[in-house]
Design a protein around this ligand. Structure first.
Ligand code: AMP
Ligand code: ZN
Length: 115
């Protein structure tokens, strides 16, 4: 269920210290180490979910839970009124760096056009 060499699996297990701003047992959230906006939080399934297109139903469910968690975290940190953006990078062209599914929650400034 987890990959011993994956950095997000290690953070999820607590092997690498990174304060969790949210954790419901299925999904946890941490602040991005290189924030691209005043609020930049990553929603990450505890289970190692790799390529989204190949995700098993249970993995896809864990990915979907990240959206629900993002809505909760957005409320918790007070960005629902100003608005926010959710981003998933998948694969080479999207510039995915960490091959464990995660959702970026970005907020706190005008985010501009996508692409
Ligand atoms: P992606 O390009 O979608 O794979 O995004 C990976 C994100 O993880 C990047 O925004 C990194 O800044 C972030 N990141 C990598 N390592 C850590 C870490 N140890 N703690 C918090 N964020 C991290
Ligand atoms: Zn992983």
């Amino acid at each position: 269920m987890t990959d011993p060499n994956c950095i997000f699996c290690k953070i999820g297990r607590g092997e690498i210290a990174s304060p969790k701003v949210y954790d419901d047992g299925v999904v946890f959230a941490i602040k991005d180490i290189h924030p691209r906006a005043p609020t930049h939080i990553l929603l990450i399934p505890h289970a190692h979910v790799g390529a989204l297109a190949d995700a098993a139903p249970q993995e896809a469910d864990a990915a979907a839970r990240c959206v629900r968690a993002a809505a909760q975290v957005a409320r918790d940190v007070g960005v629902t009124a100003g608005g926010f953006r959710l981003v998933v990078n998948q694969g080479l062209d999207a510039g995915q760096e960490v091959p464990h599914f995660h959702l970026h929650l970005l907020a706190g400034r005008r985010l501009g056009a996508m692409g």
